[in-house]
Write a protein that binds this ligand. Structure first.
Ligand code: IDP
Ligand code: MG
Length: 144
C-alpha cells in the first residue's frame, strides 16, 4: 500500500483553547503518522496566499483576518489514504453538519473558526506542504 501525505493545520481557535494535544492524539490513534510539525503564525498576506483559491468568496477577508489572528500548528500526516482519512477525522466544514466524533463536531466554534484545516486532494496537499515546509524539514519515510 502506497502511503500519501497531507497537510493539517490546527487553526488559531484550536491553539488558543489548548486543543493541540487532543487533536494530534486523534491523528495518532487513527494511524496517521506525523512526519513534520511546527508551531508558527501567518501574516495577513501569507493567509491570503494560502487561501488564494477562495479570494473571490465573500468570507475571504474575514477568513484571512482570523487565520492570521494567532499561532497555528502545522503538520504533515503520512499514511494510506491520508488525505481522505484526515478529512474524515475533521468532519464537515460547517460544524453543524459534522458527524459525531469528528474534530469539528467536538471542538469547532463556528463555520469560520472550525479548528482544523486539511488538504483536499494530492495536488493541493503537495502545494500546501511546500507552502509551509522546505524539503529538509520533511522526515518522510525516515520516520518509521
Ligand atoms: P474546508 O476547510 O472544509 O476544506 P473550504 O470550503 O475549503 O472548507 O473553506 C476554507 C475555510 O474557510 C473553512 O475551513 C472555514 O474556516 C472557512 N469558510 C468556509 N465557508 C465559509 C463561510 O461560508 N463563512 C465563513 N467562513 C467559511
Ligand atoms: Mg478546503
Amino acid at each position: 500500500m502506497e502511503s500519501e501525505q497531507t497537510l493539517s493545520i490546527i487553526k488559531p481557535d484550536g491553539v488558543r483553547r489548548n486543543l493541540i494535544g487532543a487533536i494530534l492524539k486523534r491523528f495518532e490513534e487513527n494511524g496517521l503518522i506525523l512526519t513534520a510539525m511546527k508551531m508558527t503564525s501567518l501574516s495577513k498576506s501569507q493567509a491570503e496566499g494560502f487561501y488564494a483559491v477562495h479570494r473571490e468568496r465573500p468570507f475571504f477577508a474575514s477568513l484571512t483576518d482570523y487565520m492570521s489572528s494567532g499561532p497555528i500548528v502545522v503538520s504533515v500526516l503520512d499514511g494510506y489514504n491520508a488525505i481522505s482519512k484526515n478529512r474524515e477525522l475533521m468532519g464537515a466544514t460547517n460544524p453543524q453538519d459534522a458527524a459525531e466524533g469528528t474534530i469539528r463536531k467536538d471542538f469547532a466554534e463556528s463555520l469560520e473558526a472550525n479548528t482544523v484545516h486539511g488538504s483536499d486532494a494530492p495536488e493541493t496537499a503537495r502545494e500546501e506542504i511546500g507552502f509551509f515546509f522546505p524539503g529538509w524539514e520533511l522526515i518522510g519515510s525516515k520516520r518509521s
